[in-house]
Design a protein around this ligand. Structure first.
Ligand code: FAD
Length: 486
C-alpha cells in the first residue's frame, strides 16, 4: 500500500498510550484518520486522574496531546465507553463489534481500571480499607471515585500496603501541608477532608526490603523534603554497608534512604517509615467498632539475599500487627478484558491483566480449538493493536509509555504499508470511521463530547480554579462536566 492510501484507525482510550500512538501513526501516514474514543467526557487518562496534583510539570504532555487532537485528521469521541457500561448514566456505551466493522484498525489503549487485591481476611468485610487506586482517583476528582469519602479523622496512624510510587504518592498526600495542596488542582472535596485529617504517622509496608522496593528516588526525595515530616530510618541490615559497589541508581537511592531527614520523629508533628519484610496476613476489626479495621496483621518475612534486588522472600512463623484505623492497598493496578473480546478473537491474558501481544503491540489471536488439539502457533490478529498499560501491565511512567507507544505505532505503519491484511472494511478502502459508527448508534451519538466541547469544560474548570487561586477546579461529576458545555 502507498503511504497516501486512506487509513482509518480507532483508538480506545485517551491517555498517553493512545495519544502517542496516534501521533506516531499520523506523522508517518499523512492520510491516516484517527478517531479516539474516551469513556469520560474529559481526556488524558491518568495524566489527569492519576498523576499527583503537586506534580503539575508532569502534565505538560497535555500540550502535545492538544496539538495532536487539533489536527483535521483527528476526532475526539468523548463520553463514549467501548464495550464496558459507562461510568455514569450520562455515558454512552458502544459495543466493540460496531467499531470493528467501520475501521481498518483498532488500537486498545484503555489502561488499567481495576486493582489487584490482597485476598486476605477482612479485606472486603471491614470498613476503613481503601484501594490506593480509588484514593488517588478521589483526590484527583475522577467521577467514579467521588463517593469514596475516606474517613481520615479516626486515626493518627495509617498503613499503606505496597512500596511502589503510587504508595509514596498516597503517603505524601496524607502528610503534606494542606495549604500547599490548596494551590494545586486537587479536588475540593479531598482538600476539605484532608484538612480534617488526624493522620500523623504513615507506614509504607513491603514484603521485601529497600533494595527490592519498586519506588524511585524522585518520590522518596519529595517525601524527605516535606516540612514538619520526618523519616524513621531504614533497617540498615537490609542494605550493604559499602554502597559504592552498587549500580549508580541503587546507590543514590540507598544514600537518600540512609541520610533520611534532618529532623527526627520526636521533634516533628508527622512522620513516615518504610516497614520492610512484612507480608499482609489479615485485617483485624477494631475493639471499639468490630466492623471497622483496627489493625493489620503481618507475617514477618525472610529475604534469601537482602542485598540482591531480585531476592526471593519466604514467610516465617512470626507475626506482628500494626494498629491503625485506616489502611490502603497499593499493590498494583489491573486491566480487564472488554466485553466482546472473545467474540472478536482477541486473547486477553487474565493472569497478567494484559492483551496478549507479540511484544511489539500486535494483538494475538485467541487459540482456536482445532478438534484434536489446541493450536499452538498463535498468530497476530489483523488490524488489532495495543499500547500502554493494557499492553505491558501497569508499570512505567509517561516517558516509557511514549517510547513504547511509538513501537506500537511503527508496527501499525509497517503492517499497513506492507499490504498485510487489516480489519474487514479495509480491502476496498471504504472504512468510514466515526461517521458510520454514529449512524449505527443513532441517538446515543448526541451524548458525545467533541474536542471543542472538552475545551469548554477545560475553560470552565480554569475559571472556577482562578476564583480559588488554583490552576483549575475540576468537575468531579459527569453531569456537571456536560452542563458546562454551552
Ligand atoms: P491511562 O492513562 O490510564 O489511559 C487510559 C484511558 O482509557 C483513560 O482515559 C480511561 O478513561 C480510558 N478508558 C478506559 N476504558 C475505556 C473504554 N472501555 N472505552 C473508552 N475509553 C476507556 N507517570 C509519570 O511520568 N509521572 C508521574 O508523576 C506519574 N504519576 C502517576 C501516579 C499514579 C497514581 C499512577 C497510577 C500513574 C502515574 N504515572 C506517572 C504513570 C502514567 O500515568 C502512566 O504511565 C500512563 O498514564 C499510562 O498510560 P495509558 O494510556 O496506558 O493509560
Amino acid at each position: 500500500r502507498h503511504a497516501d492510501a486512506p487509513f482509518r484507525l480507532a483508538v480506545v482510550g485517551s491517555g498517553p498510550a493512545g495519544f502517542y500512538t496516534a501521533y506516531r501513526v499520523m506523522s508517518k501516514l499523512p492520510q491516516a484518520r484517527v478517531d479516539m474514543y474516551e469513556a469520560l467526557p474529559v481526556p488524558f487518562g491518568l495524566v489527569r486522574h492519576g498523576v499527583a496534583p503537586d506534580h503539575p510539570e508532569v502534565k505538560n504532555c497535555q500540550e502535545k496531546f492538544d496539538e495532536v487532537a487539533t489536527s483535521p485528521n483527528f476526532t475526539f469521541v468523548g463520553n463514549v465507553s467501548i464495550g464496558l457500561p459507562g461510568h455514569q448514566s450520562e455515558h454512552c456505551t458502544i459495543p466493540l463489534k460496531v467499531l470493528t466493522s467501520h475501521y481498518d484498525s483498532i488500537l486498545f489503549a484503555y489502561g488499567a481500571s481495576e486493582d489487584k487485591k490482597l485476598h486476605i481476611p477482612g479485606e472486603s468485610s471491614l470498613n476503613g480499607i481503601y484501594s490506593a487506586r480509588q484514593f488517588v482517583g478521589w483526590y484527583n476528582g475522577h467521577p467514579d471515585c467521588t463517593e469514596l469519602a475516606p474517613d481520615l479523622s479516626r486515626s493518627e496512624e495509617a498503613v499503606i500496603i505496597g512500596q511502589g510510587n503510587v504508595a509514596l504518592d498516597v503517603a505524601r498526600i496524607l502528610l503534606e501541608d494542606v495549604d500547599v495542596l490548596r494551590k494545586t488542582d486537587i479536588s475540593e472535596t479531598a482538600l476539605a477532608q484532608l484538612a480534617q485529617s488526624r493522620v500523623k504517622r504513615v507506614h509504607v509496608v513491603g514484603r521485601r526490603g529497600p533494595m527490592q522496593a519498586a519506588f524511585t528516588i524522585k518520590e522518596v526525595r519529595e517525601l524527605m523534603k516535606l516540612s514538619d515530616v520526618s523519616f524513621h530510618g531504614v533497617d540498615n541490615s537490609l542494605m550493604p554497608e559499602a554502597l559504592d559497589t552498587l549500580p549508580r541508581a541503587a546507590k543514590r537511592l540507598m544514600e537518600v534512604l540512609r541520610k533520611g531527614t534532618p529532623t527526627n520523629p520526636s521533634n516533628t508533628p508527622k512522620s513516615w517509615s518504610l516497614d520492610s519484610c512484612l507480608s499482609p496476613k489479615a485485617f483485624v476489626g477494631s475493639k471499639l467498632n468490630p466492623s471497622h479495621v483496627g489493625g493489620t496483621e503481618f507475617y514477618v518475612t525472610k529475604l534469601e539475599d537482602p542485598f540482591n534486588p531480585r531476592s526471593s522472600v519466604s514467610l516465617t512463623e512470626e507475626t506482628m500487627t500494626l494498629p491503625s484505623d485506616i489502611a490502603f492497598r497499593s499493590v498494583g493496578y489491573k486491566s480487564v478484558a472488554l466485553p466482546g473480546f472473545a467474540e472478536a478473537g482477541i486473547h486477553f491474558d487474565e493472569k497478567r491483566g494484559v492483551i496478549k501481544n507479540d511484544g511489539v503491540g500486535r494483538a494475538i489471536q485467541l487459540p482456536t480449538d482445532t478438534g484434536n488439539s489446541i493450536e499452538t502457533q498463535p498468530s497476530a490478529l489483523p488490524g488489532v493493536y495495543c499500547a500502554g498499560w493494557v499492553k505491558n501491565g501497569p508499570t512505567g511512567v509517561i516517558a516509557s509509555t511514549m517510547r513504547d507507544a511509538f513501537i506500537t505505532g511503527d508496527a501499525v505503519v509497517q503492517d499497513w504499508l506492507s499490504g498485510a491484511p487489516f480489519l474487514g472494511s479495509s480491502a476496498n478502502g471504504t472504512a468510514e470511521g466515526w461517521a458510520a459508527v454514529s449512524a449505527d448508534v443513532g441517538a446515543l451519538s448526541k451524548q458525545v463530547v467533541t474536542w471543542d466541547q472538552w475545551r469548554q469544560i477545560d475553560q470552565a474548570e480554569r475559571e472556577r480554579g482562578s476564583e480559588k487561586g488554583k490552576e483549575r477546579d475540576k468537575f468531579t461529576d459527569v453531569g456537571d462536566m456536560l452542563n458546562s458545555i454551552t
